[in-house]
Design a protein around this ligand. Structure first.
Ligand code: CAO
Length: 454
C-alpha cells in the first residue's frame, strides 16, 4: 500500500484548498497523472501523483483546506496498470495555472485607480513555478510551458542544506550562495529565511494597519451579503496595498496626436490580417515603450531599499494588463525589443486568449519590467494606475477621441490619445517622467523616431 500526500507547493505555501478531486476509489492512477486541483494563495494548480496503483481510499473532499504532507489517498501498488511507462517517469506535465491574478484595486483616492499585480513582489512572491517535492523521491520540478525546469539550473547545495531549506519553507533555488563557486551554505539559507520573514512582517504590518478599523454593521441599514475573499484576491489586495504604501507615486498626464498613426493603422490593416493579426495601438505602444526604456534605463529598474541599491535590467519585458471575467491578469511579453510589431500583436493575442481561457502559466506572468494598461477600448479620459511593484513605472492609456487642436492659427480635428504615466518617485524625478512620456508621444506621432532612435 502506498500513500499520496500533499507535496510541497512552493515557497511560503503551507496549505491550500481542494478545488477538485480528480480520482476516486477503484481508479487506477499512474505516476504524473493529475489527481487534485488545488487553490493556493498564488494560483490554482493541478497536482500530479507520485504514486501508481489502484486507489483504495480517498481521505479528502472538495473544499477541504489541506496542509503540506497531509494524506490524500492510498493506492494498492500491485493494482492493475500500476507500471509507469519509462518516458512518463522523466517528463512531468506542465501545471495548468489559473488566473493567479490581480484585479481592480479599491481606489485609494477619488480617482479610479487600478493596477495589476504579479510576481516577484517583495510582498507576495509568486514562486518561479509550482514546485512539487514528493516526499520519497526527492525534489521534482514541474516545468512550466516555455520555461526550462528549475532543476536544469539546480542550485549547488549539499543534501543537508536542501533538507534545512525544505524544512523551513525556503526555495533553495532562490537562495544566493556565498560558498566556493556559488555553493549554497546553511548560513545562506538561514539568512534568506530571515529576510523573507522581515518582508512578510512588513506586509503584515501594512495589512494589519488597513484592517484596524472594523466595519460598521451595514445590516442595520438594509440587506447585505458577505462573501469570503478568495486567496488570490487577498494576495492581490496585499500586493496592491504594498505597492501603494511603499512606492511614492506620481502620475504624469499628456496626450499624443495619433491622427497619422491611425491612418497608417487603417491602411496597414489588410497586410496585418495576412499575418493573422489586428494591428492595435497596444502593440505599437509595447514596441515604443521597450525602445524608450533603452533611452531611459531608470524606467527599467527596481529599487532595493534593503541593500540600498538599484537593479537595472538589461532585458525588456513588457506586461500587458488583460481584462478577463476572472479579474485582471498581466501576462508578460518577453524581449519585446527584439520583436517587430506584428510579432508583438501575435503575442498579445495569444497571451490575452490564454489569460481569458484560464490557461496562462506562471511563467507567462513573470519577469515583467514595465506594464501597459490600456482601458481606452472601454472608455475614460484619464486614470492613475498603480505601479506594478517591483517595477517602477506603468503607462495607462485612456480612450482616444477627436478633439479640436489649435494648429497654425486654426482649430483642426485631431485624434488625441490620453496617456497617464505613473512612476516611482524614489528613483524617477519629475523631469525624467515627462521626458520619458514626451519620448513615447513623439514616437507615436512620428514613427520615424523609432527607426532612428529606437
Ligand atoms: N482608444 C480608443 N480605442 C481603443 C483604444 C484606445 N486607447 N484601445 C483600443 N481601442 C479600440 C481598438 O482599436 C478596437 O477597436 P476596433 O474593434 O474598432 O478596431 C477595440 O478598442 C478593442 O481593442 P482590443 O481590446 O481588441 O485590442 P487592444 O490591443 O487595444 O487591447 C488588451 C488589448 C488586452 C489591452 C485589451 O483587450 C484589454 O484587456 N484591455 C483592458 C485592460 C485593463 O483591464 N486594464 C486595467 C488594468 S488596472 O486594473
Amino acid at each position: 500500500m502506498k500513500q499520496f500526500v500533499i507535496p510541497e507547493l512552493g515557497e511560503n505555501i503551507q496549505s491550500a484548498t481542494i478545488v477538485k478531486v480528480l480520482i476516486k476509489p477503484g481508479d487506477v492512477v499512474q505516476q504524473d497523472q493529475s489527481v487534485l486541483e488545488l487553490e493556493t494563495d498564488k494560483a490554482t494548480i493541478e497536482v500530479p501523483s507520485d504514486v501508481s496503483g489502484k486507489v483504495v481510499e480517498v481521505k479528502v473532499n472538495e473544499g477541504d483546506q489541506v496542509e503540506i504532507g497531509q494524506l490524500v489517498f492510498t493506492v494498492d501498488a500491485d493494482g492493475a496498470a500500476a507500471t509507469v511507462p519509462e518516458e512518463k517517469k522523466e517528463v512531468q506535465p506542465a501545471p495548468v495555472v489559473e488566473t493567479p491574478a490581480p484585479a481592480e484595486t479599491p481606489a485609494p483616492a477619488a480617482a479610479p485607480v487600478t493596477a495589476p499585480v504579479i510576481e516577484e513582489q517583495v510582498a507576495a512572491p509568486v514562486p518561479a513555478a509550482p514546485v512539487v517535492n514528493p516526499p520519497a523521491a526527492g525534489p521534482k520540478v514541474i516545468p512550466v510551458e516555455n520555461q526550462p525546469p528549475i532543476l536544469q539550473n539546480a542550485a549547488p547545495a549539499a543534501p543537508s542544506v536542501r533538507r534545512l531549506a525544505r524544512e523551513i519553507g525556503v526555495d533553495v533555488n532562490q537562495v544566493k550562495g556565498t560558498g566556493p563557486g556559488g555553493r549554497i551554505l546553511l548560513d545562506d539559507v538561514k539568512l534568506h529565511s530571515k529576510l523573507m520573514h522581515q518582508q512578510r512582517n512588513e506586509v503584515q504590518h501594512i495589512s494589519a494597519e488597513q484592517h484596524q478599523q472594523p466595519l460598521p454593521d451595514f445590516s442595520k441599514y438594509g440587506d447585505v451579503e458577505t462573501v469570503a475573499m478568495s486567496n488570490i484576491r487577498q494576495k492581490t489586495a496585499e500586493h496592491l496595498s504594498h505597492a501603494w504604501h511603499t512606492i511614492p507615486h506620481v502620475t504624469q498626464f499628456d496626450k499624443a496626436d495619433i491622427t497619422q498613426l491611425e491612418e497608417f493603422r487603417k491602411s496597414y490593416a489588410k497586410t496585418a490580417e495576412k499575418f493573422g493579426v489586428k494591428l492595435t495601438v497596444t502593440a505599437i505602444l509595447v514596441k515604443i515603450i521597450s525602445s524608450a526604456m533603452k533611452t531611459f534605463p531608470q524606467f527599467n529598474a527596481s529599487v532595493d531599499m534593503q541593500n540600498k541599491t538599484i537593479v537595472y535590467k538589461k532585458y525588456f519585458n513588457i506586461g500587458i494588463a488583460v481584462d478577463t471575467e476572472f479579474g485582471l491578469i498581466v501576462p508578460v511579453i518577453k524581449n519585446a525589443d527584439r520583436m517587430n510589431i506584428i510579432e508583438i500583436s501575435k503575442e498579445i493575442n495569444a497571451l490575452a486568449e490564454k489569460a481569458r481561457n484560464k490557461k496562462v502559466g506562471v511563467a507567462d506572468l513573470q519577469g515583467g519590467c514595465f506594464t501597459i494598461t490600456n482601458l481606452g477600448g472601454i472608455g475614460g479620459t484619464s486614470f492613475t494606475p498603480i505601479v506594478n511593484s517591483p517595477e517602477v513605472a506603468i503607462l495607462g492609456v485612456s480612450k482616444g477621441s477627436i478633439e479640436p487642436v489649435y494648429i497654425n492659427g486654426k482649430f483642426e480635428p485631431r485624434l488625441m490619445l490620453p496617456l497617464s504615466l505613473s512612476y516611482d518617485h524614489r528613483i524617477i524625478d519629475g523631469a525624467d517622467g515627462i521626458r520619458f512620456l514626451r519620448w513615447v508621444i513623439e514616437a507615436l506621432e512620428n514613427p520615424m523616431k523609432l527607426i532612428i532612435e529606437g
